[in-house]
Structures are given as C-alpha cells and as structure tokens.
Design a protein around this ligand. Structure first.
Ligand SMILES: O=C1CCCN[C@@H]1CCCn1cnc2cc(F)c(Cl)cc2c1=O
Ligand SMILES: [Mg+2]
Length: 510
C-alpha cells in the first residue's frame, strides 16, 4: 500500500506510514516508545556499524561489552550527572514475585558502569591511552512524545569511552571522532550536518565540553542533534579516582609517593536516531528514498513490455537476461535483485520498490534485448537513461555515486538556504516561524540563552494554541560566517546588551 498523505501536509503521519509500509519498522503495541527495527532498517544500522567500527579500529579503539545493569550506588556516584536525568532512569525492582533488596538501573549510558573498572585497570601511564567502545542498547524513559528512531525509550548506539595522559591527546580524539560522525552522515547517509561546540547550557553537564554534528529537518524547520563527542576533562577521573603516577616526577628524596595525575577522558556516541534523520530528509510522497551506500537493494531489475502476445520462449529469454544482469552486477559488488513475480504488473512492482526506496530500477523487455540496452530509472529524481547492456558494470556504479552526490547536494542546498544570519532581534522569531534555524552574534552566557528560549516561545497573539516551542542553541559552529565579522567589545549580542563572542546556531529542535 502506498503512502496516503503528502509529506508536507501531514509530516508525522507521512513519517509513520513510510516507516511501516516500507517495512523498515513495526510498532510495538506492548510498550509505548519502543519499536521493532525490521531488516531493511537494521541493515542500515549494520552499514553504519561496519563503517564506523572499522574506522575506530584503525584508531586503536577496542570493542568491549559491559553489563546493562548498574546499581543505584554506582549510578548516583556522580550527582550532577544524574540528578537532571533521574526521572528517565528505568529500574528493575522485582525478580519473579519477590522484591529485590536493591533495585538495579538499566543503563541509560555507561560512564558509571565502566569507570570503576577504568580506575582498577589504569595504574601507570603505560596503561594509557585506554580506548574502549561498545555497541549496545540503552534505556531512557523519556516522557516527551516518542517518535520512531528520533526519540525512543530504548535505542541502539555505540558509546566510546577513552582515557588519555594529556588533554591535547584527548582533544585531538574528540575531533577525530566528530569527523567520523560527519562522514557517517554525509558520506553514508547523504545527510548534511554542521559541526560545532555546544553551549554551557546544552553541553553534557558531567563533561568539560561537548562537540556535536547538527542536522536539520526542512519539513518542520527544526534542528536535530545527530551525534556527540564529549571531552570529559578530568571530572570523572576525579570522581572515580582514575589516576596514574607522574612519570616525569623523580621519586622524591623522602621516597614519598610520586604525585598522582588524573587521566583526561572522552566519551562519544551515535544512535539509531541517524536512521530516522535520513528517512525524514530524503523520503518523498512515494515513500523511502535510500542513499545508495546504505541500501540493501541498490538496483531492482524488472521485466517490462511482456504482453499476452509475447511468446513463452521470448518471456524466458527476457527472464534469463535479467538473471544474467543481476549475477553480473552482484559479482561487480552492486546489490542487485530481480523481481520476476509473474502475478504482479510492472507498474505494481515499480510502486513496490519505490516505496522501499531502492535507488535504481532497470527495466528490460523484448525490445531491449534487441537493442542490447536497458532503461534505468533513478528513485531520487525519476531521471531515465538508456544504458547499453555491455556497459552495466561501469555505468551503474557511476550512476549510484551520482545519485549519492546529488542527494547530498540537494539536501545541503536546502539546509544552507534555511540557515539565516540574523543581526536584529526583531527578525529572530519570524525567521524561526519561517521554518529556519538562525545564526546570530551571541554572548554565550547561560542566562541569555534562557531568555532567548523564553522570548522565542511567546504565545501566538491571535490564538490560544500552545505557545510555539522556544529556540535553543544548537551549536557554536566551528565554521563562523566571515562577515559581518564580530568585533569583540563592539558587536552586540542578538538578545542581551552584552557583547557577542561568536555566531551561534539557534533553532527549534527535536
Ligand atoms: O552522550 C554520550 C555519548 C556516549 C556516552 N555517554 C555520553 C554522555 C551521556 C549524557 N547522558 C544522557 N542521558 C542520560 C540519561 C540518564 F538517565 C542518565 Cl542517569 C545519564 C545520562 C547521561 O549522562
Ligand atoms: Mg535525553
């Protein structure tokens, strides 16, 4: 069944229908906020995993696995890390019919699970750097309206946790990982992202600073945090006593213990939210549009032009040709499939595979055999092109790469057009209402951010609808607008009478 609503008319229904009818996901009626990730979507997660995991292996990161349960005592060892999150922690309180002596939390993230062991394992600077990663699920009992992939109570992610001897080494890794997240989005999912650092209010409270890749959903005009790479500083090292002796300090004369140095730590994560972002950005009114590099079926080959007058041997010849084409493409590393179901018309099959986002369709019929060609049809823009049957293994990879590039460029152009540089406060909210995010000179003070959120969530004067959601800071982009340049001590903050430090990206967000 096709999609019954237009993407721009009813986005949330469109999103749900696309995910269900393309067989990416199934609703899990038993528990609100949980969903079944079906093979088409799970394959995308596996593509992301294999790309990211092979990249971090080259950085010397090792995969590991820690228990999903954490005691209340451990979880609460880091007060300000947990207090804001306490309402979303899921607890196991019973085993069978008997209450547990001490309830156990299901991991919402694994700092407090892992770091007592970091403390145990890291004794000397030779144990550094320690670089561990785990691919797992986490549970956060969010109360905001759940949305498949975007906000779910259980999600899959990877969480990297590293310990370094120097801040410089930690800083370098934070940015190396952030660059990998950019590649996951831009080179795999064809989704443009903006790199930047989070404000003091938006960063991970337990850390020193948070870097992020920020996405943009044009249909709603909202920003979305796409992945994060935190430098934790020495905060967790101090809390969990993760220390090494100072190798440079000579054992001093009284033979006292050499000075203990706290390690510098990072933690970084990307989640299955990335799948939802990709669907929201590339999908259209016919359904999914999959970027070729993560599509489990990249090319679908369909027999056409067969009529009741076509002889049996002619039909057989077409089908044999199609099977040969699929074999040839697969041996060239292209994921191709044939749809030879003889109880469906070509038109039905076109819709079936367009709904599932297959990047390229090849039509082959009796005439094509005669002309030794096939008609290719691109899913992203519908462009048709005749390809000689003896040029497939060169033309098809090129076409798939062109599809990726065009999908990315199209999304990037839209993102860039919806980032408005705003220099006067009166233009701020109208820009947000125009489904944009805004780039503004900003003082970077937390109280100012609170004020901006409040001022931009004003109640619409003409109706008593719920106030429009306020804007939050999304990031301070590493790439700053060249002009108008911010002159320290001269350029005013967009909102308060303080001076602007840098341009910050603000917007309504997920
Ligand atoms: O974002 C990442 C990447 C991967 C490893 N972790 C960090 C920080 C996670 C912050 N965070 C995020 N959400 C949380 C929810 C909770 F219920 C509790 Cl108790 C803690 C947290 C929490 O610390
Ligand atoms: Mg949260």
């Amino acid at each position: 069944m096709g999609i019954e609503v237009k993407k721009d008319a009813d986005f949330s229904t469109w999103y749900t229908q696309v995910l269900k009818r393309s067989e990416m996901l199934e609703y899990y009626e038993e528990v609100s906020g949980c969903y079944i990730i079906r093979p088409l979507a799970y394959n995308i997660w596996q593509e992301i995993q294999s790309f990211f995991d092979s990249a971090i292996k080259k950085m010397g990161v090792e995969d590991t696995y820690f228990p999903m349960f954490v005691s209340q005592r451990q979880l609460e060892r880091e007060k300000d890390h947990v207090e804001g999150f306490a309402p979303e922690v899921a607890w196991v309180t019973k085993a069978g019919s008997s209450d547990m002596e001490n309830p156990i939390a299901i991991r919402p993230t694994s700092e407090t699970v892992m770091y007592p062991y970091f403390s145990k394992w890291i004794r000397t600077h030779r144990d550094l750097p320690l670089k561990l990663n785990q691919w797992c699920n986490v549970v956060r009992w969010e109360f905001k309206k759940p949305q498949p992939f975007i906000r779910t109570r259980e999600f899959l992610w990877q969480e990297g946790h590293t310990a370094h001897f120097t801040k410089e080494e930690a800083d370098a890794e934070v940015h190396q990982i952030l660059e990998l997240y950019r590649q996951v989005y831009e080179d795999l999912l064809a989704v443009p992202v903006i790199k930047g650092v989070k404000s003091e209010k938006e960063k991970f409270a337990g850390g020193l600073y948070t870097t992020t890749v920020e996405g943009f959903i044009p249909t709603t005009g909202r920003g979305i945090q796409a992945a994060t790479s935190h430098c934790l500083g020495q905060n967790f090292a101090k809390m969990f006593d993760i220390v090494v002796e100072d190798p440079n300090a000579l054992a001093n004369s009284e033979g006292k213990e050499a000075k203990k140095l706290h390690v510098w730590q990072n933690s970084w994560g990307i989640t299955t939210r990335s799948i939802g972002v990709m669907v929201m950005i590339h999908g259209d009114d016919k359904g999914l549009v999959l970027p070729p590099r993560i599509a489990s079926v990249q090319v679908i080959v369909i027999p056409c032009g067969l009529t009741v007058r076509t002889s049996e041997e002619e039909k057989k010849r077409v089908e044999e040709k199609i099977n040969d084409v699929v074999k040839e493409l697969n041996s060239a590393g292209i994921k191709a499939k044939a749809d030879l179901r003889d109880n469906y018309t070509p038109g039905y099959k076109f819709n079936h595979w367009e709904l599932r986002g297959v990047p390229l369709r090849l039509e082959i019929g009796p005439r094509d055999l005669k002309n030794n060609q096939t008609l290719s049809v691109r899913r992203d823009n519908g462009v048709k092109e005749a390809i000689p049957l003896d040029k497939l293994t060169t033309c098809i990879p090129e076409t798939l790469n062109t599809i990726h590039k065009d999908m990315f460029e199209k999304a990037k152009k839209i993102y860039d057009e919806h980032v408005k540089v705003i220099l006067k406060w009166e233009d701020f909210v109208p820009a947000l209402d125009g489904k944009n995010v805004v780039l503004v000179p900003w003082c970077e003070q937390e109280h100012c951010e609170d004020k901006i959120k409040e001022k931009s969530s004003r109640r619409q004067p003409e109706d008593d609808k719920a106030p429009s959601m306020g804007a939050k800071s999304l990031c301070i982009p590493f790439e700053q607008p060249k002009e108008p340049a911010i002159v320290p001590g001269e350029t005013n903050c967009i909102s308060c009478d303080g001076f602007a430090k840098r341009y910050a990206l603000f917007g309504r967000s997920y």
